[in-house]
Each structure stands twice: as C-alpha cells, then as structure tokens.
Ligand binder design. Structure first.
Ligand code: AP5
Ligand code: MG
Length: 187
C-alpha cells in the first residue's frame, strides 16, 4: 500500500503518518524529517537545504526526488510506504507516478488533512514554546502556509481528477483523527 498524506504545515501529517505506518507495517517516508536529519548530520545535502528550510521555502525538487527514491529502493518499502509531506509540487507528483510505475505499484490512497489556519498556528506555536523546530516562529509558519497554498494546494485538483483524494478533518484528538484514517484506508 502506497499512501500519500497531503496537508498544510501542522495539520498532523507526521503524527498520523506514524500511526498508520505502524498499523500497516510499512515505512513512513517523511521528506521533512529526512532533510532535518541531513542538516543535523551536516551532510552535503544538509548544507544545501538548510537555508530553504529556515525560510519556510521549498527545497528544490531534484534533491527531494533523489532522497525519496533512495528510501523507496530499500527492502522495507517493497510492498508499501506512507509518504508524509511529499509530494509538494506538481513536478514531485509526476515523479511519484514514475517511481511507482517503475515498480509496478500504484497509489492506494491520497489523504488530505484539513485544519483551519488558526489551529495550525496554535499547534506550531505550542510546539515552538516547548523547544521544537526552528521554523516554527510566526513569520516562518505564515510563509510555510502561503507556500503550501501556492505550490502544494494545486495537487488537490491534480489527484482529484483521478478521484483519489480523501479529505480527513484534522481537528479533534489524535485518536479521533486516526480512527477516521483507519476508516478510509480500511485497515
Ligand atoms: P515538514 O517537516 O514536512 O513540515 P510541515 O509540513 O511544514 O509541517 P509539520 O511537519 O510541522 O506538520 P505535520 O502536518 O507533520 O504535523 P505534525 O504531526 O508534526 O517540512 C519542513 C520543511 O522541509 C519545509 O518547509 C521545506 O523547506 C522542506 N520540505 C519538506 N518536504 C519537502 C518537499 N517534499 N519538497 C520541498 N521541500 C520540502 O503536528 C504538528 C504539531 O501539532 C505537533 O506538535 C503535534 O504534536 C500536534 N498535533 C498533531 N495532531 C494533533 C491533534 N489532533 N490535536 C492537537 N495537536 C496535534
Ligand atoms: Mg511533519
């Protein structure tokens, strides 16, 4: 099963992706997490992407696609994966099609997490106050939201044309949202 999780920053993609991946027994491929790991490690990729992330801008597609491909090639992703925060551009969505086609696989579900902006700001500011991420200050949160609207929201129509998008109301407790996801995915 290959499941995509789309949604604005702070919508709960990581939280729910983790739960779903555990339940399905497939890896979660979260580009944001992979990039932060690269930054921490000070690798060549990490040095290339740090400024984009600190500004809340998207990292160039070629870096992202290479990173995802590397993880899809691992044995644990042979039968499925949860993509969290990827794709974020039409070019990345086209790359997903190619990567999966090349493996004789296809997307099972596209989940779109829907959370109002006031709640997103509340969640991310709370995380920031608890010593969370460096991109969780208010101006950067707002920049991430606007980048989402501009570059990623068009994917809703892209996948909508294939009738593949399931809207998940992201409000409510983590357990309630997880239950909703379980209902959609059927497992
Ligand atoms: P990324 O790491 O993907 O961040 P994001 O999508 O902007 O936001 P989050 O990861 O914070 O949100 P989330 O939806 O995962 O929510 P979470 O579960 O954490 O990307 C970071 C940066 O990397 C980008 O800005 C870009 O620079 C780069 N990047 C990454 N992928 C890229 C790509 N494909 N292309 C180009 N660039 C890319 O929850 C958020 C908070 O809310 C947590 O504190 C959580 O505990 C809490 N929470 C979760 N669920 C609930 C709930 N139901 N009720 C209350 N609180 C909740
Ligand atoms: Mg996340």
């Amino acid at each position: 099963m290959f499941v995509l999780i789309l949604g604005p920053p702070g919508a709960g993609k990581g939280t729910q992706g983790e739960i779903l991946a555990g339940r399905l027994g497939v890896p979660k491929i979260a580009t944001g997490d992979l990039l932060r790991e690269a930054v921490r490690a000070g690798s060549q990729v990490g040095r290339r992407v740090k400024d984009y992330m600190d500004r809340g801008e998207l990292v160039p597609d070629d870096v992202i696609v290479r990173l995802v491909e590397e993880h899809l090639n691992r044995e644990d992703a042979a039968t499925g994966a949860i993509f969290d925060g990827f794709p974020r551009t039409i070019a990345q969505a086209e790359a997903v099609d190619q990567l999966l086609n090349g493996r004789g696989a296809r997307l099972s579900h596209v989940l779109l997490f829907d959370v109002p902006e006031e709640e997103i700001e509340r969640r991310l500011l709370r995380r920031s106050a608890l010593g969370g991420r460096t991109d969780d200050d208010l101006p950067t949160i707002r920049r991430r939201l606007s980048v989402y609207q501009q570059s990623t929201a068009p994917l809703v129509a892209y996948y909508g044309k294939r009738g593949a998008v399931h809207r998940v109301p992201g409000m409510g407790t983590v357990e309630e949202v997880a239950e909703h996801v379980r209902h959609i995915v059927g497992r």
